[in-house]
Design a protein around this ligand. Structure first.
Ligand SMILES: NC(=O)c1ccc[n+]([C@@H]2O[C@H](COP(=O)([O-])OP(=O)(O)OC[C@H]3O[C@@H](n4cnc5c(N)ncnc54)[C@H](O)[C@@H]3O)[C@@H](O)[C@H]2O)c1
Length: 691
């Protein structure tokens, strides 16, 4: 049974309206409450405008915008959230006001309702005191703009139940959020170092170390960010920076106290003047100080158990859109250097001790090592979560190695009866890391590429042949290597958000981790060619109709489906299936004779003119060498065992990656552009005609 979620948002201001907008866009029913009908209507019209602008820019369609709007009810009646599954409070940042709202919601709402607060500068535990359901009170800290920024810090307090945390995460995921769970502590896991970063920039100015343009430029360079701290404060509001810094100082130490100049600027109600010349000779001193501030504060929060190093970095990358998180930055400058910087600042200022985690890492002299695969056993099923959402969980050597270790651990544990693999955040796994491939090509290290792929193949084959059933949880998009991982699992449980696709031919390469061979086993040569040549997205529903996806369920039913699949009698996933009639035309389009025509730039026959035209167009953008290689490989793989097919894919890797097309395709993909291949169907035909 599909559960119909109902959500509530109280406070229709900047944050509340954006939160409701995102929930509705993702298909959830929302009641948006404010003190008066006028206030609620104002929130709704803000949403309307934001949706209209996004639709005009083509981010989604007009129909989607209208449908989203219909899912929102704006009201001044608190009673309307009575039966909500979760209510997010986003009213003024004031304990009395929030307390009132919470006690009122507690009286009105049903037992099941989770009450969440979007507070930035209050303890969740203090707000929970206003209710008789502290176990169902939690923080959900969104980032501005909440309809666009994917990060949500989920903040349980001491009494929040595990079930509440799980349900809140699920609801976060249902509206497209990437959640990190952090401890109920001042500034949570992002503002704890971000606010000091802003504040320290003002201190540098106040002390006369550098002028604003210098600090802006140095910070942008050091943190690889598009906007410096002063410009950011102009955008997000100087008073918020003062307020947040004062709160951190009150709760943590005087180090965090707002700079005098910051308070003055806030009182003047003026933006910072960003004009003037930057002085490059001051960059070093400015960046050292800002690094020290961020490293020291981030290290302290890890020491205190607020968040781990991975979530601390994720917060920066997803929430603040920094290129690297604090710990990755420490690796970049060197852990010993990082310690020296923090020590220097710590010696000068009180309330800023050197964190143990930095001290001990520097003593070891090795960079911080990050965990990208989480391991958890629930109900005797090992859950392997590829947790690199900032890169859509892309597979690189580290991820594959950690996935292998997690898989080994699950295999060794006699308690574990099944293995589920999933991706954190919005995607399942968006393919193999293109940057890794490119680096291999540029350095001329084709062997590392082959070795990486061989390792991946071996692991995927172990997923496929494991005695303990393996299940891929395809609840988001997958591409290339990610789709290949899903295909290698013994079963796939998907939600409507799931999808598979093979974009490789558009990058001048071929799917090298078993995509061709497994699509071939599932669908036969013709359809395997259709999907791998064209890169067409295979939506979860389609994959289900074709027998690739084992179960198609709602997100909240995923766990039960995994359980069923682990319990089920083993079945040959490649058994013969009847495909719906709609696919026949594609089979015809990719018959041997038609494939010959397609590759020669001729129109396919026996299908509608529309399809023939569309296929001609799609394939004209692909790398021809890749298409021809794939064609030969799929034909040969039809007569080979899985092991032999794998060897065939590995044998061809060096040569495909050595082509100019691969270099052009991968380079363009990394910069988000459409590649220009030297050999495409259109161009080779023109060449033949000339000749
Ligand atoms: N602005 C940010 O960048 C940001 C980021 C994260 C969290 N937050 C937090 O989100 C919360 C809201 O911030 P905002 O910027 O949206 O504020 P806002 O002033 O824009 O909106 C607050 C809204 O709450 C309504 N409200 C006040 N009292 C109410 C009550 N008793 N019942 C119902 N509605 C009530 C107001 O009418 C107003 O519409 C604050 O706790 C803030 O700390 C803000």
């Amino acid at each position: 049974m599909t559960q119909h979620w109902k959500l509530g948002v109280v406070g229709a201001g900047n944050m509340g309206s954006g939160i409701a907008q995102k929930m509705a866009l993702e298909g959830l029913e929302v009641v948006l409450v404010d003190v008066s009908r006028e206030q609620a209507a104002r929130g709704l019209s803000r949403i309307e405008q934001s949706l209209r602008e996004a639709a005009e820019r083509g981010i989604f369609s007009q129909e989607q915008a209208e449908a989203a709007l219909k899912r929102i009810v704006a009201t001044d009646r608190f009673e309307d959230v009575r039966d909500a599954d979760l209510v997010v409070e986003a009213v003024f940042e004031d304990l009395d006001v929030k307390g009132d709202v919470f006690s009122r919601l507690d009286r009105i709402c049903e037992e099941k309702t989770i009450l969440a607060t979007n507070t930035s500068s209050l303890y969740v535990k203090d707000i929970a005191r206003y209710t008789r359901r502290p176990d169902r009170v939690i923080g959900m800290h969104y980032f501005y703009h909440p309809a666009k920024n994917r990060l949500v810090e989920i903040v349980p307090h001491e009494a929040t139940s595990a079930d509440t945390i799980e349900r809140t995460r699920l609801i976060g995921r249902l509206h497209g959020k990437t959640c990190i769970v952090v401890r109920d502590s001042p500034g949570f896991a992002v503002n704890r170092y971000f606010v000091p970063f802003l504040n320290e920039s003002v201190r540098l100015l106040e002390e006369g170390v550098a002028n604003i343009p210098t600090i802006e430029a140095a910070a942008k360079q050091a943190f690889e960010i598009g906007m410096g701290p002063f410009e950011l404060m102009n955008v997000t509001g100087i008073p918020i920076a003062v307020h947040s810094a004062a709160y951190l100082a009150k709760e943590i130490s005087e180090f965090y106290a707002p700079a005098k100049l910051l308070i003055e600027q806030s009182d003047k109600r003026e933006d910072w003047d960003l004009g003037g010349e930057a002085d490059e000779s001051r960059f070093e001193i400015v960046s050292r100080r800002l690094y020290a501030t961020v490293f020291g504060a981030a290290g302290a929060q890890v020491d205190e158990g607020v968040a781990g190093i991975e979530d601390t970095d994720r917060g920066a990358k997803i929430g603040l859109r920094w290129r690297r998180g604090p710990f990755e930055l420490m690796n970049r400058v060197g852990v010993k250097q990082a310690l020296a910087m923090v020590q220097e600042l710590s010696d000068r200022r009180s309330g800023f001790p050197v964190p143990d985690i930095i001290r001990s890492r520097a003593a070891q002299g090795t960079p911080f090592a990050f965990r990208y695969v989480d391991y958890e056993v629930r109900n005797r099923i090992a859950c392997l979560t590829i947790n690199r959402p900032e890169a859509l969980n892309a597979l690189n050597p580290e991820v594959v190695e950690q996935l292998e270790q997690a898989f080994d651990r699950a295999q060794r544990d006699p308690e574990v009866r099944g293995i589920a693999v999933r991706g954190a955040g919005k995607a399942f796994v968006a393919g193999a890391d293109i940057k890794f491939f490119l680096d291999c090509i540029r350095r001329g290290e084709m062997e590392s590429n082959v070795a990486f792929t061989r390792r991946g193949h071996r692991l995927f084959r172990r997923f496929e042949t494991s005695d303990k059933p393996t299940v891929a949880v395809l609840d988001g998009l997958s591409l290339g290597g990610g789709s290949e991982l899903a295909l290698a699992c013994q079963a796939i449980v998907a939600t409507e958000q799931g999808s598979l696709a093979f974009p490789e031919s558009g990058l001048g390469i071929y799917p090298g981790l078993g995509g061709m061979l497994r699509m071939n086993l599932h669908l036969g040569r013709e359809l395997a060619k259709y999907y791998t040549f064209t890169g067409s997205k295979l939506a979860a529903r389609e994959a289900y109709e074709l027998g690739i996806v084992t179960e198609l369920v709602e997100l909240e039913e995923v766990e039960a489906a995994i359980e069923r699949l682990v319990q089920a009698e083993p079945r040959d996933k490649y058994r013969r299936k009847d495909f719906p009639a709609a696919y026949r035309e594609y089979q015809t389009a990719f018959s041997d004779e038609n494939v010959r025509r397609l590759l020669a730039g001729e129109s396919v026959q026996g299908v509608s003119g529309e399809l023939a035209k569309r296929l001609g167009k799609i394939l004209s953008y692909k790398g021809l060498i890749a298409l021809e290689t794939m064609n030969r490989m799929i034909d040969r793989q039809s007569k080979l065992s899985i092991e032999e097919s794998i060897e065939l894919e590995l044998d061809g890797l060096s040569s495909i990656f050595s082509t100019e097309d691969a270099l052009a395709g991968l380079t363009a993909a990394l910069s988000g552009e459409r590649p220009t291949f030297r050999h495409t169907i259109g161009r080779s035909v023109a060449y033949h005609e000339h000749a």
